[in-house]
Design a protein around this ligand. Structure first.
Ligand code: 5GP
Ligand code: MG
Length: 491
């Protein structure tokens, strides 16, 4: 449905970072805290940790950055060798204390803590059903819906079966770390939309959205959690048990994790994000390279793309210089989520300053990962001209973003997306570039070494891997529909 704001759909959209650890004797709080630091780019609105000491849960959840949310005292009172953590991504204009995570509840057969990255598309139906059965909800978030559904199933089933039953009911994207009493587990939705991986440290195991969180704990990446897989960390850091609960023909990995969201030093679904971005940059040169004096990344998001692009250009014999001609003030907050257009424009100017000597009287190719509203590129093209660029070309390492994301990235609504109703040529004119080119979907799939059918490309095709009210599904790909029992693997 054109013009619908995706935030209407099933509560706040969440693009977050999750972690869970099970250690031998050491308290889990500090490792969780450091892991959350490594995942800070995945969410800056709130941070939280819930641990379990064998008798009870301890929880500390606060608004703000990880470094501000926890003091020494807070970490000291988070007792126990197991725990989960969460950083939450902010959505434009909303600062929502009720939705900070991990979410925790106590119920008849124990305690539950839940950290969720992703977004369910049928949370409202399940909430209504459970509310009718007497469950009381404190938020309109979808994470609480998962917690209540799981709590209910745990009254009748063992852990594995209860998780499986909940997974067969919820539809959408989710990577979860869960703590049931003092057992930590991780679940990735059957399409594997959001990342989740398993790591090993000296005295235990962990689950995290990105492998960079394992690195900071001096751990080793064991592997990704598979789509549809449940991983249960054993107590005392003794290893883990894995259960492939659902098997799907196709996955729906979010390509935008690789393009923008994840850290370049993380490995996701077996691929180093930095390498993927460099390959995307190389493909961009192959598709639409333009000979200019200077190739310049938009920091930080365009860096790896620009270096791949410049390398490929050099190999082709083009006489281009790679230069960091835009300097970033790292103390300016995120421009993307500022509430008004005026504030966003001012913030881009504060954040990025050109080095005049690199630009003056020269032709420049600016490289970035994506254009969303067009604010950044419009401002930067103008800045380049202001300091004397002869020509400014823009190359983007992803296809045009034409539709919102319902799966957890705050992509703005269709009205705000510059590419929703414009051709590439029109966008080029709009941002006043001498030329503008995006990367094709085929090249994205190529750089990710995945078939198109295994990617979620909803924001660049307008066709989604999940049933979303008023939107088209990517039906040439075999996907189960809401309410159909997903193909279950053998128990
Ligand atoms: P625009 O200025 O066109 O609205 O947004 C494009 C810029 O925002 C690019 O530099 C890109 O790196 C960044 N960007 C793209 N998607 C997101 C997102 O989901 N969140 C944030 N914070 N930035 C984004
Ligand atoms: Mg950027």
């Amino acid at each position: 449905m054109t013009g619908r704001d995706h935030r209407d759909l099933g509560g706040p959209t969440e693009k977050c970072g999750v972690v869970g650890v099970s250690l031998d004797e050491r308290a889990a709080a500090r490792p969780l805290y450091y892991a959350l630091y490594a995942l800070q780019h995945r969410g800056q609105e709130s941070a939280g940790i819930v641990t379990h000491d064998g008798f009870q849960q301890h929880s500390h959840v606060e608004m703000g950055l990880v470094g501000d949310a926890f003091g020494e005292d807070d970490l000291d009172q988070l007792n126990g060798p197991v725990g989960i953590g969460h950083v939450r991504y902010p959505t434009a204009g909303s600062v929502n204390a009720c939705c900070a995570q991990p979410f925790s509840v106590s119920f008849k057969s124990g305690s539950l803590g839940l950290s969720h990255n992703g977004n369910l598309v049928n949370a409202d139906e399940i909430r209504d059903e459970l509310a009718g059965l007497g469950h009381a909800f404190t938020s309109d978030g979808d994470t609480e819906v998962i917690a209540h559904d799981l709590a209910r199933n745990l009254l009748e089933e063992d852990l594995v079966r209860a998780v499986k039953r909940t997974m067969s009911r919820i539809h959408g994207s989710y990577s979860l770390t869960i703590m049931h009493d003092d057992t930590v587990l991780g679940v990735r939705d059957p399409e594997g939309n959001r990342p989740l991986c398993i790591g090993e440290v000296d005295d235990g195991y962990l689950l995290a959205s990105e492998s960079a969180a394992i690195d900071v704990l001096d751990g080793e990446l064991v592997r990704d959690v598979e789509p549809g897989e449940l991983v249960i960390l054993r107590p005392d850091g003794e290893g883990f048990d894995a259960y492939q609960l659902f098997d799907r023909e196709n996955s729906a990995h979010c390509f935008f994790e690789h393009v923008y969201f994840a850290r370049p030093d993380s490995t996701i679904d077996d691929q180093l994000v930095y390498d993927v971005r460099r390959d995307l940059g190389r493909a961009l040169w192959a598709e639409s390279g333009v000979d200019t004096d200077v190739v310049m990344p938009v920091p930080d998001s365009g860096r790896a793309f620009a270096s791949g692009y410049a390398d490929a250009a050099g190999e082709d014999g083009a006489d281009v210089e790679f230069a960091e001609g835009l300097m970033k003030n790292r103390y300016v907050g995120r421009t993307f989520i500022m509430p008004t257009q005026d504030a966003r424009e001012r913030a881009v100017r504060l954040k990025l300053n050109p080095i005049k000597d690199i630009v003056q009287d020269r032709t420049v190719t600016l490289i970035d990962d994506s254009i969303v509203r067009g604010t950044t590129s419009t401002q930067l093209v103008q800045l380049m001209r202001d300091v004397g660029a002869e020509a400014v070309h823009v190359r983007i390492g992803a296809p045009p973003i034409v539709a919102p994301c319902y799966m957890g990235i705050d992509m703005a609504s269709r009205e705000e997306l510059i590419a929703a109703d414009r051709t590439t040529e029109e966008i080029g004119e709009e941002i006043s570039a001498d030329s503008l080119e995006y990367l094709s979907i085929e090249s994205v799939a190529g750089a990710l070494d995945q078939s198109r059918a295994d990617l979620c490309l909803g924001c660049v095709t307008g066709e989604y891997p999940y049933d979303i009210d008023g939107e088209t599904t990517d039906r040439d790909v075999e996907r189960p529909t809401i309410g159909s029992e997903p193909a279950a693997a053998d128990d």
